[in-house]
Design a protein around this ligand. Structure first.
Ligand SMILES: [Zn+2]
Length: 722
């Protein structure tokens, strides 16, 4: 069993602790499951019936106490209204919207709504975080501090004992004992824990009696408990406890050739008569750890009419190729241990051989098996309003497209369907909440750019063997759609509102992958267990790799995983650490001097422009948890897929041939986001870290002392001084 952890739809079987059933954590049940980004956090099946019942009761209580809350809120709110510049702040997050593409399209007269915002208020590139990626950027957006202040440095962090990559934002932890007055209730059982630290601006709002709706802002699972509404986003697991596991079914013997890694479950259909097949849909793990719960999909196909009839969980529906089913609710288990998921199905081929795709099993928002919103019944209420909707943190199945299980059109259809669902949630909040903060993040802008950026570069190595014509306008269509959304938002905001359109980073091509672990090995900083004490090292053949477990840790001084940078194997911090803490900074300097300007002879280019030791850029309390050095790749380069999961390959720099062809995990100075506002702002160098203080400033609230950002509506301090 491979101990590697896969990352961003790049998929190998992994070791993950699970399952958690009714609070009983079976620590010995280590099972191999695929995961989207690194390990799943496991799955806490809390008894969804009881949870749903509690939700209904809470909703009932909420209705009863509503008049009291209105009075309290208006009393609390009175003070802040005096200083508020607007009644409501609307923050529309468009993950990954790039300032250069945006500016170019605006110069061509496209994107009329963003042009309008630019003219009425302002537009500037928005400085991003070190490193430039969504979990980090949006955490800074929320808290007004850099990663060392909120503890989210990457999608992954590393386990200091095993050196294995682990999910950076959420973990399963033991429930501590609880003290209620003189009584101490015993702990035990397990719960999900959000590892993001510091305090988001919406909690400051709630304390001041200011209402907020916080929709799908990354790194909000489990949801915050506060006096506002929240719908959780990035890192909400699927019903199997992973970050998203698709299923793909094919006629026996017709399974596509796949690469070493696999992003989902690929299974043969079982014959069930002429043109009839059955398939097993795998659900959460069984309570006794003896495998997964299952549901059966029955399908009968009509080759002539090119359509198929599916039956799943008592529902029968017909599909043609190129269309998705509705969300299909599927229950697993029984009684109080029943867990409810939803999935969508799409036929992926009739010839040669019938095949179909089933999306990851999202937690059913109507009967969530664990809280995915605050208050917990908020997701249920939304699903009554708009029908079922995607709840998985990384909802767009980039992984299925990367693995070529679905094609570009199927991916676009899925991403835009989710985009429409989120619009309903956002507009519902806008229509219902005239004061306070409404803040949302739309992800299609990020996910579609990741998967379609190769279309902008005819020479991209990922183009080989793939369409380069049909979707060559996909990125520009995406920006026009984003602009449409801005227009629809503008229709819903008035003169008492401020609208901020924000992206967390921009986008660049990702043509070449760099494996720093391979470079560390070539340069004597990392050793495999099989490597001799002296003399030449064995060559790792192309296409093969050595995993984290193959690394000889007592001899290894530096290593990488994730997409942000690298770590030093520090004595007393990492298990088998061998670098004296006093020597760590010198070692980093030595390595950085060698890596700066790292040549890529095949392209007559350099791959790394700059590197930053954590001491130079971070001053917060969690600095030690992040990478020891952040690596600034030159645009076009990024950590390669193997190094992202901590593996060592035989090549330091190689082509990126995957559909995931655009990225932003490079020199943060090269990938700023965007900021558009409906009100003019003073700052000439706005940064993500300034967003939380700016929102509070507009609402007449002082930024709490921990926030290091400054309101963009006030003059830059540097400029005031000069
Ligand atoms: Zn991204």
């Amino acid at each position: 069993m491979s101990p590697a952890i896969d990352f961003l739809q790049h998929i190998v079987p992994i070791l993950v602790a699970g399952p958690v059933v009714l609070g009983i954590f079976n620590a010995n049940a280590l099972v191999a499951v695929p995961a989207y980004i690194g390990p799943g956090a496991g799955f806490a099946l809390g008894g969804s019936f009881l949870f749903a019942l509690a939700g209904i009761l809470l909703a009932f209580v909420a209705v009863l106490v509503w008049p009291i809350r209105v009075v309290i809120r208006s009393l609390r709110g009175r003070g802040r209204l005096k200083n508020a510049k607007v009644r409501r702040v609307v923050v529309l997050g468009l993950d990954g919207l790039d300032p250069l593409i945006t500016r170019k399209m605006m110069d061509e007269g496209q994107l009329p709504n963003l042009i309008r915002l630019k003219d009425e208020g302002g537009f500037r590139p928005l400085g991003t975080t070190w490193p430039a990626m969504s979990p980090v950027g949006w955490s800074t957006f929320a808290t007004g501090v850099d990663p060392s202040g909120h503890n989210i440095f990457d999608f992954l962090s590393r386990d200091k004992v095993t050196h294995l990559p682990v999910l950076s934002s959420t973990r399963l932890s033991e429930k501590p004992a609880k003290k209620i007055g003189p009584i101490t209730l015993p702990g035990g059982g397990h719960r999900f824990e959000l590892l993001k630290r510091s305090k988001p601006f919406w909690k400051t709002c709630a304390e001041a009696g200011v209402e907020s709706s916080i929709l799908r802002i990354p790194i909000t699972f489990p949801p915050d408990k506060f006096g506002g509404k929240m719908l959780s986003a990035m890192c909400v697991p699927d019903l199997r406890g992973t970050q998203g596991t698709f299923s793909h079914y094919t006629e026996p013997g017709k399974k596509a050739e796949t690469s070493r890694t696999t992003g989902g479950v690929r299974m043969d259909l079982e014959p069930d008569g002429q043109d009839r097949w059955t398939a097993k849909l795998l659900g959460p793990d069984k309570p006794d750890g003896t495998g997964s719960m299952e549901a059966v999909i029955m399908v009968s196909i009509d080759e002539q009419a090119k359509q198929a009839t599916f039956t799943l969980a008592g529902q029968t529906f017909m599909l043609r190729p190129d269309e998705y089913s509705e969300w299909i609710p599927v229950g697993f288990g029984s009684g109080t241990q029943k867990a409810h998921g939803i999935c969508k199905i799409r036929i992926t081929g009739f010839e040669p051989g019938f095949s179909f795709y089933v999306s990851p099993l999202h937690i059913d928002p109507r009967r969530p098996a664990m809280p995915i919103s605050n208050p917990p019944h908020y997701a249920m209420a939304l699903s009554r309003l708009q029908g079922r909707f995607a709840t998985l943190g990384l909802a767009e199945d980039t992984w299925a497209l990367n693995e070529r299980v679905i094609d570009e059109q199927a991916f676009l259809d899925q991403a835009y369907a989710i985009h429409e669902e989120r619009k309903i949630q956002f507009f519902h909040a806008l229509d219902r909440q005239p004061e306070g903060v409404v803040s949302v993040v739309f992800d299609a802008t990020d996910r579609i750019q990741h998967m379609f950026f190769r279309y902008l570069d005819p020479a991209h190595p990922a183009n080989e063997g793939k369409d380069t014509e049909i979707h060559k306008d996909a990125i520009f269509d995406l920006y026009r759609k984003a602009d449409e959304l801005v227009g629809e938002t503008l229709d819903r905001v008035g003169k008492n509102d401020a609208l901020l359109v924000v992206s967390d980073h921009g986008f660049k091509q990702f043509q070449r992958g760099v494996n720093l672990n391979s470079w560390f090995r070539e340069n004597g900083y990392l050793f495999l267990k099989t490597d001799p004490e002296e003399g030449p090292l064995s060559v790792i053949p192309v296409g093969e790799r050595s995993e984290v477990g193959d690394i000889d840790w007592p001899r290894t001084r530096a290593y990488t995983n994730g997409l942000a940078g690298y770590y030093v194997n520090v004595k007393g911090r990492e298990k088998d650490g061998c670098v004296d803490p006093a020597q760590a900074l010198a070692l980093k300097k030595e390595i950085n001097d060698k890596l700066r300007g790292l040549p890529d002879p095949a392209k007559d280019s350099e791959a790394i422009t700059e590197l930053w030791a954590s001491e130079e850029i971070y001053h917060g309390p969690y600095r030690e948890n992040g990478p020891d050095v952040i690596v600034g790749y030159k645009p076009g380069y990024r950590t390669d897929w193997d190094a992202a999961v901590g593996a060592v390959s035989g090549t330091v720099i190689s082509d990126n041939t995957r559909s995931w062809s655009g990225d932003h995990c490079m020199d943060p100075r090269q990938v700023p986001g965007v900021l558009f506002t409906s009100l003019p702002f003073a700052s000439t160098r706005p940064n993500l870290v300034d967003m939380a203080p700016s929102v509070l400033d507009l609402l007449g609230l002082a930024a709490p002392g921990h926030m290091t950002g400054r309101s963009i509506f006030r003059e830059d301090e540097a400029e005031v001084a000069s």
